[in-house]
Design a protein around this ligand. Structure first.
Ligand SMILES: [Mn+2]
Length: 291
């Protein structure tokens, strides 16, 4: 995959060879369709930097992520700034290759648009989306494929009953009507804060043993906990509340996940560290359920 540029050290500061890995990180510095804040291209680097400055032993899980998982980092995917299609093709082919080698792909964004390309690598999958926004517009500013339409485009290949939206607190009237008609299962940020155990129980029952692609838009967090995102949306859960949720979601049959929408020029490091911490919590949950 000649479109990948190695980055050393990789996520967590470790460099397992690809051949031995069961979890494989790829940075996707996609920064093309922003309508407000941009600078997503610096996201993967800042998440890696934060990850190297956090403990890899997770107290809640009682395990060291790097002892339990072989984690490799293939570096950053080449983004062609004027060609979303070509870039998207690289994202899909990269995810297909990692999946084909029976490893779990983890994508560090970059803008949320990358999920549309990455999720296409999986059939019979549920997509669980942690996000303040529904991202269900059919088009935005004349664009069919962008950060504001990404989940609508995912529904071009995913049946609507296989999408679950968690933490949503903002959408247009058009999106609300579409979601109602398509009967998309969604939980608000207040439900995440007040009744996370019900969400977990219902999602677990819905997906069973099926494969889950988890997409984490960092703006699901309240801007107090993740100021450096592209479109901050007040009224969200805390890092603790999302960590609790992720520890449980990580016990599902996760086949891949992404963490997107960090915009480092607007971040003081808070969102980057939250991203790295949430990834560690998720990896610890995945490790503890795959023993
Ligand atoms: Mn989003």
């Amino acid at each position: 995959m000649e479109w990948l540029t190695p980055v050393k050290p990789g996520f967590g500061g470790f460099d397992e060879p690809y051949e031995r890995a069961n979890v494989v990180f790829v940075g996707v510095p996609l920064d093309i369709t922003s309508s407000y804040r941009s600078g997503y291209r610096f996201g993967p680097a800042r998440i890696r930097e934060a990850s190297a400055n956090l403990e890899t032993y997770l107290m809640a899980a009682g395990l060291d992520v790097f002892e339990r998982l072989n984690i490799s980092d293939l570096g950053d995917l080449e983004v062609t700034p004027t060609d979303l299609k070509a870039t998207g093709e690289r994202i899909l082919r990269t995810v297909q290759k990692i999946k084909g080698d029976e490893k779990m792909p983890v994508l560090l964004g970059g803008e949320h648009t990358l999920t549309y390309f990455a999720a296409q690598a999986f059939d019979d999958v549920f997509v669980v989306q942690l996000d303040a926004h529904r991202d269900l517009r059919d088009e935005y500013l004349g664009d069919k494929i962008c950060h504001a339409t990404v989940m609508r485009r995912v529904l071009d290949f995913l049946p609507p009953e296989r999408l679950v939206q968690v933490g949503v607190r903002s959408c247009s009237k058009e999106e609300a009507e579409f979601a109602r008609e398509a009967k998309i299962l969604a939980y608000s940020s207040e439900q995440v804060i007040d009744d996370a155990s019900r969400i977990i129980a219902e999602v677990r029952k819905l997906v069973g043993k099926a494969r889950v692609y988890l997409t984490i838009d960092l703006d699901v967090l309240d801007p107090a906990f993740a100021p450096g995102v592209a479109t901050p949306e007040p009224g969200g859960p805390s890092t603790v509340e999302i960590s609790r949720l992720v520890r449980e979601l990580g016990k599902l049959n996760i086949c891949a996940f992404d963490v997107v929408e960090l915009v480092p020029p607007h971040d003081d490091g808070t969102a980057a560290f939250a991203a790295a911490k949430i990834i560690y919590e998720l990896l610890a949950a995945i490790a503890s359920s795959s023993k």
